[in-house]
Write a protein that binds this ligand. Structure first.
Ligand SMILES: Nc1nc2c(ncn2[C@@H]2O[C@H](COP(=O)(O)OP(=O)(O)OP(=O)(O)O)[C@@H](O)[C@H]2O)c(=O)[nH]1
Ligand SMILES: [Mg+2]
Length: 322
């Protein structure tokens, strides 16, 4: 069996999740959450950690498809995918939404962000949603590609259509894999449509604790700061939005938000079961503990003289009685 990985990147709403879902043999792993912010005007959900799908072109050729979240606040995931999970990928599929304010700016931005990967791997550009807005046209993209010093083919497509996505794969990796493309394309035309699962709008900040509904109030951060040994804390929603934080370090805030997205993925792809907390122990004097509730995460920075177990106990007490 020969296997090959591809990474999909591009702005919010370009169609990365849709494309991976439509290509994947089985419904893809999907970490979309209902959107709570400006994105809502464009679509109902956004990817918070990653997409993953898998496609068998035939008995001997398998393609793994990894999708990045478009939102910049989940940038961690771009690095994790390009440097770790799919560092050995065959190339990058950059999807650009033709209806966004400036497709050129998007192209430039993502080409820059993924420049390390592009320097060593093949790139292809898929332009989506051109049925909604025809301009810019292909020739325009080709001149931008040249202007940015990139080497990439530009393909206009509809991410919802399997045959379009397969045609892109054929152009991109057709020389690397031995597959019966005409047959695959014909089968795709006859395949039943696969839509994305709908994501229910999460009830705001309610989670289930020992069978009871509890709310992690903003004030939990103040309460946690009163625990001996705690140096800082931040509360984030499952979307990675910081609700409240005492930390000066916005990167740490971002990381806590990121954990909100990645923990459900770990749960899905591992045998860990339900993950309740993640603890990062550092060489210096601080530890970071991230406690995961259904729709929220709480990050706590504590002195490493404080036992993580005792911290957890005190936090449980707070949650139970708070
Ligand atoms: N009209 C039209 N709609 C499209 C086309 N391609 C994709 N879509 C739709 O555009 C939306 C794309 O949404 P997603 O697939 O969630 O986008 P994404 O790139 O994963 O976005 P993030 O996860 O937020 O970064 C979906 O509603 C698709 O059905 C196209 O070519 N034409
Ligand atoms: Mg997505």
């Amino acid at each position: 069996m020969s296997e090959l990985k591809l990474i999909f990147a591009g702005p919010v709403g370009a169609g990365k999740t849709t494309a991976i879902n439509v290509l994947s043999d089985k419904p893809s792993l999907n970490t979309d959450k209902a959107v709570s912010d400006v994105t809502a005007a464009r679509k109902a959900t956004t990817t918070v950690a990653m997409d993953y799908g898998c496609l068998n072109l035939n008995e001997t050729q398998k393609i793994h498809l990894y999708g990045t979240p478009g939102q910049m606040r989940f940038r961690f995931m771009w690095e994790l995918l390009t440097n770790e999970l799919a560092a050995d990928c065959a190339g990058l599929v950059l999807l650009i939404d033709n209806t966004r304010a400036s497709p050129f700016r998007d192209l430039k931005y993502y080409a820059q962000e993924f420049s390390n990967l592009i320097a060593r791997k093949k790139l292809i550009i898929g332009v989506t949603r051109s049925d909604l807005r025809a301009e810019p046209e292909r020739a325009q993209y080709e001149s931008w590609v040249e202007e940015l010093g990139l080497t990439a083919e530009v393909v206009f497509l509809d991410a919802r259509r399997k045959s379009d996505m397969l045609a892109l794969l054929q152009r991109f990796i057709g020389d690397r894999v031995d597959a019966d493309w005409p047959q695959l394309l014909a089968d795709a035309d006859n395949a039943p449509e696969r839509t994305l699962p709908t994501v229910e709008q999460a009830p705001a900040q309610v989670s289930d604790y020992l069978g009871e509904n509890i709310v992690m109030k903003d004030s939990i951060v103040d309460d946690v700061l009163n625990i001996k040994g705690v140096e800082g804390a931040a509360l984030a929603t499952a979307m990675g939005d910081i609700v409240t934080s005492s930390l000066d370090d916005t990167e740490l805030d971002d990381f806590i938000g990121f954990m909100a997205g990645i923990v459900p993925v770990f749960e899905q792809v591992s045998d860990l079961g339900q993950v309740q907390s993640v603890v990062l122990k550092s060489d210096n004097s601080e530890n970071l503990s991230v406690y995961v509730e259904e729709e929220q995460v709480l990050g706590v920075v504590s002195s490493n003289r404080t036992s993580v177990r005792i911290l957890r106990q005190q936090l449980d007490d707070l949650l139970q009685w708070g």
